[in-house]
Design a protein. Structure first.
Length: 270
């Protein structure tokens, strides 16, 4: 039973559950050949809102509480973490070849990969910071059990963070499989690509947990690093994607709804 109490194992299981939620979303393609662009934009907006809320309520708020002993300088370890997290995703965005659903210009290094692979790679980028956030959450919870953290970093917070990410992964999985279906692939192959796009979630969870367990003093930096990576993805990719088809108002309302959902969830379980 000792294995189940290890933060790395907990993070791996949570990462696998996150991948499962992506897979469930991708499987919805079997119920219908295509979904309206309006519906897709609403789903993307809601997913972006949930990612933002998870970053602020599940990562940045605990990070600030951990560094509260610094007084008016409590922000000092947070800002470097945020910048490093954003820089990490920016670097991946510049290097890893990918293409967004409504674009024809390939980003990242030059490649001969097929459009389908590039589309999957683009969404896989979204799940890297999610995996890191999950891992850091469980690593922080383990640190709190050793009396080096605060109550805000308990297992409950890590579970809320996991569930929030799982919720927003369902529409993201559907978005990928729908895009693949529009490219002319069968429902089975579209679902496969949707499932494949979520594999980076568990791959990011383990190093996230390991990083959070290195030193208790670095926990605020680790938490804000994961938050910075998530915020970068939302601002650089998710929100622009949801607005590009002229459904910006609906996408924005959906984004706010996503934030409210995670806020309510965070408050109810505490």
């Amino acid at each position: 039973m000792e294995l189940f109490s290890q933060p790395v194992f907990q993070a791996l299981v949570a990462g696998l559950l996150s991948w499962l939620s992506v897979s469930l979303g991708a499987a919805i393609i079997f119920t219908r050949r295509q979904f309206s662009r309006r519906a897709m934009d609403c789903l993307l907006g809601a997913a972006g809102g949930m990612m933002l809320a998870a970053a602020f309520f599940g990562l940045l708020q605990p990070a600030l509480e951990l560094s509260a002993h610094l007084g008016r300088w409590s922000f000092a370890p947070i800002i470097p973490g945020l910048l490093l997290g954003a820089a990490f995703l920016w670097g991946l965005d510049r290097v890893l070849p990918h293409i967004h659903m409504l674009q024809d210009t390939t980003e990242g290094l030059s490649t001969s990969w097929r459009r389908s692979i590039l589309l999957v790679t683009a969404m896989a980028l979204h799940h890297i910071p999610e995996g890191l956030a999950i891992g850091v959450g469980y690593g922080a919870a383990a640190a709190e059990s050793l009396n080096v953290g605060s109550e805000s970093l308990g297992l409950t917070t890590a579970l809320v963070l996991t569930f929030s990410i799982m919720l927003q992964n369902v529409p993201e999985g559907l978005v990928v499989s729908t895009a693949m279906r529009a490219e002319g692939y069968s429902a089975r192959k579209s679902c496969f690509y949707g499932v494949l796009s979520g594999v980076t979630a568990p791959l990011g969870a383990v190093p996230g947990a390991l990083a959070a367990g290195i030193a208790a003093g670095l926990l605020p930096v680790a938490l804000s690093f994961a938050a910075g990576a998530m915020i970068y993805v939302v601002v650089e990719e998710v929100i622009p994607e949801a607005n590009v088809s002229g459904n910006g108002n609906l996408a924005t309302v959906s984004c706010i709804f996503g934030i409210c959902l995670v806020l309510a969830l965070s408050s109810l379980v505490k």
